[in-house]
Design a binder for this molecule. Structure first.
Ligand SMILES: NC(=O)c1ccc[n+]([C@@H]2O[C@H](COP(=O)([O-])OP(=O)(O)OC[C@H]3O[C@@H](n4cnc5c(N)ncnc54)[C@H](OP(=O)(O)O)[C@@H]3O)[C@@H](O)[C@H]2O)c1
Length: 281
């Protein structure tokens, strides 16, 4: 059962390599989604039992001024990958995002897979088109929509590390309290993916840690759990200028995942506590 991980140097990719130690881990330079000929050759040689795609263009703000770059990876690259997986008869486990939602400004209840998406950012739109391609081109697929990933050792900082770095500076920390979602441990998501590698219950699933919070609430828990004394100020998104718009509410309902017999992920508080406990500070 040869498992191939794409995007192996990213936050999720690293955790996938941790929970699937026998997998072939391919980094950006080993397998580039925007180079289909090389990708096809690489995967044809490996003949994977299953391919896990953790690669993506994840710079949400930068995507607003580089739509071509975001779509090249998240949409067109994913289409090519889906075609290759179909040719090889390899199931594809693909990761998507809560940012396919957001257009419904009045939403206050968790989104189900049957809800019509409505992205409000270039990144979200590019990920949504990627999902469509996977569904159209590769019948044996899992698409997991997740949210607010944080994990150790990726090349880019995550929210938890950013907060702890800010705390070192001693100044007041301003965090938005009008964006509600479910920050999710990359380790927990990787574990969930591990449970799929010999499953045939294909389809689209929402998979996050359970419960929900605003980013302000998440920050407060980070500081409480690490016993940091900081001045934490709740602000509105309008007071925090960013190129890309983010959904006001984008909690994902995991009941399809649980109903299909997969293990529910623990609460975001438990997952955060483990991340902080294992962190080398
Ligand atoms: N982070 C979140 O909060 C979040 C939330 C919901 C969903 N997701 C989704 O979850 C997945 C994993 O996210 P993550 O946080 O682990 O992202 P990440 O840390 O940014 O990792 C993404 C990886 O993809 C690689 N990559 C970029 N362009 C590529 C290309 N053309 N070909 C092959 N690899 C390429 C990156 O390499 P370079 O660094 O060299 O470019 C990086 O190693 C993504 O699909 C993302 O959209 C993330």
């Amino acid at each position: 059962m040869k498992i191939v991980i794409l995007g192996a140097a990213g936050q999720l990719g690293r955790q996938l390599a941790r929970v699937l130690p026998d997998a072939v881990s391919l980094k950006h330079e080993d397998a580039d989604l925007t180079k289909p000929d090389h990708l096809r050759q690489t995967l044809a040689q490996l003949r994977p039992w299953v391919v896990v795609n953790a690669a993506g263009y994840t710079h949400v703000d930068r995507a607003e001024t580089n739509a071509d770059g975001a779509f090249a990876v998240n949409a067109h690259g994913v289409r090519d990958l889906a075609v290759i997986c179909r040719e090889l008869d390899s199931p594809l486990i693909h990761i998507s995002t809560n940012y396919v939602f957001g257009a419904d400004d009045l939403r206050t209840t968790p989104y189900r897979e049957s809800d019509v998406p409505g992205p409000i950012s270039v990144y979200g739109a590019s990920k949504l088109l990627g999902e469509c391609h996977v569904q159209a081109m590769c019948p044996k697929h899992f698409i997991l929509r997740t949210c607010g990933l944080y994990g150790p050792g990726g090349q880019r900082s995550n929210f938890v590390e950013a907060m702890l770095r800010q705390a070192e500076k001693g100044a007041a920390i301003r965090v938005v309290d009008d964006q509600v979602c479910t920050p999710t441990s990359a380790f927990d998501l990787a574990y969930a993916v591990r449970g799929l590698v010999d499953s045939e219950t294909y389809g689209l699933y929402h998979v996050t840690n359970s419960s929900a919070c605003s980013w302000h609430e998440f920050a407060r828990s980070i500081f409480e759990m690490t016993k940091r004394r900081v001045e934490l100020v709740a602000i509105a998104s309008s007071a925090y200028p960013a190129l890309a718009r983010r959904p006001r509410y984008s909690v994902l309902d995991n009941s399809r995942w649980i109903g299909a017999g997969f293990t529910p992920l623990r609460s975001w508080q438990e997952a955060l506590a483990q991340y902080l406990a294992e962190r080398v500070s």
